[in-house]
Ligand binder design. Sequence first.
Ligand code: NAP
Length: 284
Amino acid sequence: MGATLIDGKAIALRVRREVAEATRELKARTGRVPGLAVIRVGEDPASKIYVTGKQKAAAEVGFEASEHHFPETASHAEVQARLEALNADPAVHGILVQLPVPKQVDSAALLRILRPDKDADGLHPVNAGLLAQGRDATVACTPWGVMRMLQEIDCKPAGKRAVVVGRSILVGRPMALLLLNADATVTVCHRKSNLPEEVARGDILVAAVGVPELIKGAWIKPGAVVIDVGINRLPSGKLVGDVEFAAAAERASHITPVPGGVGPMTIAMLLSNTLRNARALLGA
Ligand code: NAP
């Protein structure tokens, strides 16, 4: 393997330590700590694990963390009422609605009601719009974590060709905008793109597709930085990314492993976003 591995666990730990330190400072100055509230509806087993992880990480850095769990049959109105109460609660600075939610609950409508200055996930249309305008915003956690990883390996996007595969609201779109705002020349790929041709141009490649090893190592530009956001479980139980790792690692200069790459960054950036909101809301 020629590429240097980008250690997401170590970078995420650094971010969490920074957040813990800043939380202590905020408490010393204002007597207050960031409050993170997570709304979960139903019994999706993966969501339960993710929310437990988020709560634990928030408590570890000194936040007040609360979970607001509703049964599978909860009505949209019930969930909305709780969201409105959290919007009004001065002890809460970060709110997130864990997706997916049962079909009677309209997650897009909830996102519109959420106060943009309490948006912990950076998915509120106001924050997404500010990002699209190249202005200061709370940014979706996963792509924001990718930018931090690039910074840690001293990869400066300015003037480079960046290729993002995937255009979801959660990952691909905000990723492309962040790279554009950092002065990269950005190509965004999807199902209708000629992937081998486009991927081969990327000095920076970000894969956020959800198809195991879709992106072949032979397509990677020699010396590229490869960030694999994909987390796919094979029938064998093994976790793999969206990039054919072993072959890509022969050509890339840097590459993220799966697991242990982008995954750990997402929770770390959720904490960072909540701290950012708390500082702004507390005027600190
Ligand atoms: P998503 O909403 O399903 O979006 C997938 C995107 O990939 C879509 O834009 C889709 O294109 C594109 N795509 C799918 N198949 C393709 C193909 N054969 N060729 C080209 N493009 C294709 O997924 P997501 O939420 O962005 O997540 C993507 C992956 O990242 C998943 O594996 C997910 O588990 C992982 N993820 C990881 C983290 C983390 O913390 N590391 C966080 C979030 C997501 P169209 O728009 O044309 O349909």
